[in-house]
Design a protein around this ligand. Structure first.
Ligand code: GTP
Length: 307
């Protein structure tokens, strides 16, 4: 029996722009669709896969690189296995890493092996309204290429901005004919996002290049409890080098709950995130632009945070 090609939506957007928040909101919605999610984290520890709500959906992980370059082969292999398998699904979401160029991921769906099995439905690019104007040049260039590849743009964190600033941002960053919606905490109806039906013509090809020469991900983990206060102080000292950091903290102040730490630009949040499943372990990933050799052990300074 021939199967209908499964629609695929690529969720792209710079580091911390709100992709996981959006994906989780979609997965919790009562649209009745069976969704398979593929999550790509640039760091060697996939924090996002742990943050995705798992109900009936299948969640697949691709870590320690970027699906548009170093992990593109792995993406193709995983997708092929997925489409040849028995998993029932109405839609596939690919949450790209924050440093990926979605145009390159989209090009995979022109490969002959996916002709019968998958159909690219849309490239959705999230633009972080609160941070996009303060990014260094290489990152700004990347965001522009993410926007160029988009079928629809979501301007996230609209709640943190004045309406006039959002208007200015649309003027400076977006093409007039590109659909763009303001979104707060991923709140957008599922049928707007799933069922876009992009036209079959691929957008212009995207330049090659590996992100490892611009972005560096570094991680730190420990099962020994840390002091939250010491952690805050230490992160402050390296804040200017790290644009994005996230992870779970095992701290003495909250012995019965893991603490979810998120940092995007200068904004940090600490949220109690329920009890630990398995061993309590602090796991942090940090990503910066143009970190030098010494900086790659930035998080080593967290060794001083043990309680
Ligand atoms: N105020 C506000 N915060 C948001 C919004 N969307 C996401 N956030 C917060 O921004 C931080 C990053 O959100 P994520 O969804 O993890 O971003 P991401 O794009 O998946 O991050 P990476 O995968 O690391 O690139 C989290 O602390 C979210 O709670 C929003 O619309 N408004």
């Amino acid at each position: 029996m021939t199967k209908t090609p499964v629609p695929v939506t690529i969720i792209s957007g710079y580091l911390g722009s709100g992709k996981t928040t959006l994906v989780n909101r979609l997965l919790k919605g009562d649209h009745g669709k069976k969704i398979t999610v593929m999550v790509n984290d640039f760091g060697d520890v996939n924090i996002d896969a742990d943050l995705i709500v798992q109900r009936n959906q299948q969640v697949m992980e691709l870590s320690n690189g970027c699906v548009c370059c170093s992990l593109q082969g792995d993406l193709v292999v995983q997708l092929q296995a997925l489409f040849q398998g028995d998993t029932e699904m109405d839609h596939v979401l690919i949450e790209a890493s924050g440093v990926s160029q979605p145009g390159r991921i989209a090009s995979v769906f022109g490969y002959p092996q996916f002709r019968e099995t998958a159909r690219l439905d849309a490239v959705v690019t999230l633009v972080d309204a609160a941070n996009v104007n303060t990014l260094p040049p290489a990152s700004s260039g990347l965001v522009r290429s993410q926007i160029e590849a988009a079928d629809i743009v979501l301007l996230t964190k609209a709640d943190l901005m004045a309406p006039s600033d959002i208007d200015a941002l649309r003027e400076d960053w977006l093409f007039p004919d590109l659909p763009a919606l303001n979104v707060v905490n991923g709140d957008i109806p599922a049928d707007v996002l799933l069922g876009f039906h992009r036209d079959a013509d691929p957008k212009s090809p995207v330049t090659a290049g590996d992100h490892s020469d611009i972005f560096t991900a570094t991680s730190w983990s420990s099962t020994k409890p840390i002091s939250l206060e010491a952690f805050r102080a230490t992160m402050k000292t390296i804040s200017h080098q790290v644009f994005r950091a996230k992870g779970f903290l095992n701290c003495v102040e909250h012995p019965h709950s893991r603490v979810l730490y998120q940092k995007v630009g200068s904004r940090e949040t600490f949220d109690l995130d329920g009890s630990w499943q398995g061993v309590a372990e602090t796991r942090i990933v940090a990503i910066g632009e143009h970190l030098d050799q010494n900086d790659t052990d930035l998080l080593g300074t967290l060794d001083h945070c043990h309680a």
